[in-house]
Design a binder for this molecule. Sequence first.
Ligand code: GDP
Length: 410
Amino acid sequence: MKAGLNSVVKKALQGYVGFANLPNQVHRKSVKKGFHFTVMIVGESGLGKSTLVNTLFGTTLYPGKGDVEPTDETPKTVEIQSLSAEIEENGVKLRLTVVDTPGFGDFVNNEESWKPILDNIEERFDAYLEQENRVNRRKMVDNRVHACIYFIAPTGHSLKPLDVEFMRRLHTKVNLIPVIAKSDTLTEDEIKQFKQRILDDIKSHNIQIYQAPQYEYDDPETIAENRDIINKIPFAIVGSDREVETSDGKKVRGRKYPWGVIEVDNPDHCDFVKLRQMLIRTHMEELKEYTSDVLYENYRSEKLETMGVQQDPTVFKEVNPLAKMEEERQLHEVKLQKMENEMKAVFQQKVAEKESKLKQSEEELYTRHKEMKDALERQRMELEEKKRRLESGRPITPEKAKKKGFPFNK
Ligand code: GDP
């Protein structure tokens, strides 16, 4: 039986061909190009956002709040600030962009706090769309936001209306990764209960947070590692860019308390390691892929649809050609009808003008006719009078003629 065009036949190799090296080629090319990742940080002031970013990437990407000159002017809206840094580890370069949103949740009225953030994410999508539509697409810059770490205050209760509103508005535009800020201020039990309440709230509001995908072909170790990461969401975070000394004299990144030290990099103490693992070690490419293939694609097709172009899963095409033709036919008919109405109106106006002209000339004719008739009548009366005079042999005097209304002819 002949194999169909689409059927793939599995064949055993008789020797080494070399394509097993393909992943290495991709690896070499990617390392040469370098990596680029954009992460957005959202949460009220003082929840430890800058500290976390510095802790995550092991660099003082963020100036400490003490390094920034205080200003008298308090901003009225949420600002969007973007910081980029190139970091390198074992020869692999990562261009990291952190989009900060100072002011979020800091105002008396925080109702629209989510708006400038949504606008910024969409502007980044628009910038990418614009590059895609260019003739030369060789140097595409991807400034889309690949993940948004949302800081939840460690209240121990449930999500605040501000948290719900933000997530509801943004969940279809960005990979949301909720974290519990400063979790060292809560006990282990409190964290457990708080996490459950947050997840219940997220579910009841139909909010879609980032779901790390599971692949069947992954080895059992990777599957277990992924499951472990997913089970920790929302990550209970402790941030610190300072080293402290433990009771046994070890220097660790952490926070020191009278009762002991909380180690940032110890998975038994907090979920910082899991968050870092997901963001950097295991899911950075997944986050970028989901942003590009799902979040951006949805935005793009919605945007193009509003512009009158519908997207097919494989090709771009105009709206259904039959519907388009029908629409054009109807438009043409409306246009014809309009032209016909205009012509009718012009015709009627012309007829009316002609009629009034005719009426005018008729009246003129009538007046002239009457004048001529009157003149003839006068002539007739004059002649009658002349005849009468001649017959009587007595000439008429000018006074008499005037009295009778006759013109006096000698
Ligand atoms: P941001 O305004 O959200 O950027 O917050 P900062 O990173 O500037 O942190 C505000 C304060 O909280 C600083 O004094 C930090 O040292 C402290 N801080 C940051 N992370 C943590 C944490 O995980 N636990 C505790 N207890 N304090 C933290």
